[in-house]
Design a protein. Structure first.
Length: 260
């Protein structure tokens, strides 16, 4: 069980300096822990924050420190999420390609994406009877999930898995680095033989080489399991150029095995 959130199954232990054993941390909490650790390291370099001379606080003390900062981070962002949910002083209507529009805040859209900022400043947006912008690539549920991420900086795993395609495309289209990185990390964690082709396809669309290489590697390693499925035939019809890349990667891997 994760020592931070007390909810998720642990896949690895995080090593703390001067401790013989690691602290169990789940994938979901690891990113936040790593961010806090790096922040502390930078603070010490810049001497902007004073820390106790003895850094060997022990596992419980270390976990308590991380949990305190994590709860502060969540609480800070929950205020923004609450403003979104309650439409508190909302001043812009965001319309999906289909479905009901959603009220939001211009400052949030503008600060999260330079592309959205320019859209808000356009004459088309200002000339509407009620200021609004259209994000045609989303349906209502996808748009709600996208906006929730802009406000919270995070998403529940089931939400992300359901809408990862539209989120990754939006991150690329609207140039939102945090969503791009978040999506990449989540997709690398959820990559498996059943979704490898889908992840390969979307990584090619948004030109994410890290995801693409990871998906290709898994497909090559699980070649028979993936290629002999009914879904592969349809994939080959729709994406022949990716099938060529899979074949080349498989041949390269086979050649390397023979050499070794």
């Amino acid at each position: 069980m994760c020592a931070i959130c007390q909810k998720h199954t642990v896949t690895f232990c995080y090593n703390i300096p001067k401790m013989a054993s690691g602290v169990a941390i789940c994938n979901c909490c690891y990113g936040e822990v790593d961010y806090i650790k790096n922040s502390i390291t930078e603070d010490k370099k810049e001497q902007s924050v004073s820390y106790p001379p003895d850094t060997n606080w022990g596992g419980k003390r270390w976990v308590a420190e991380v949990m305190e900062q994590r709860e502060g981070w969540i609480g800070f962002h929950s205020d923004l999420d609450g403003a979104f949910r309650e439409e508190l002083y909302s001043d812009i209507t965001v319309k999906p390609g289909c479905g009901h529009p959603i009220r939001a805040h211009k400052f949030m859209l503008a600060t999260r994406s330079e592309i959205l900022k320019n859209m808000l400043a356009s004459d088309t947006c200002k000339a509407a009877p009620e200021e609004s912008i259209i994000l045609p690539e989303f349906d209502h549920e996808e748009l709600e999930t996208f906006l929730e991420f802009l406000y919270r900086g995070d998403l529940a795993r089931d939400q992300f898995e359901k809408h990862f395609r539209s989120l990754l495309i939006a991150a690329d289209k609207y140039e939102i680095p945090h969503l791009q990185k978040f999506s990449e990390q989540q997709l690398l964690r959820m990559l498996n033989p059943s979704n490898a082709l889908s992840i390969l396809e979307i990584s090619d669309v948004v030109s994410n080489e890290t995801l693409k290489n990871a998906a290709l590697k898994l497909i090559v390693l699980q070649y028979k399991e993936i290629v002999l499925t009914p879904g592969f035939e349809e994939f080959a019809k729709q994406k022949p150029q990716l099938v060529v890349q899979i074949t080349r990667a498989a041949l390269t891997y086979a050649s390397m095995k023979r050499i070794i």
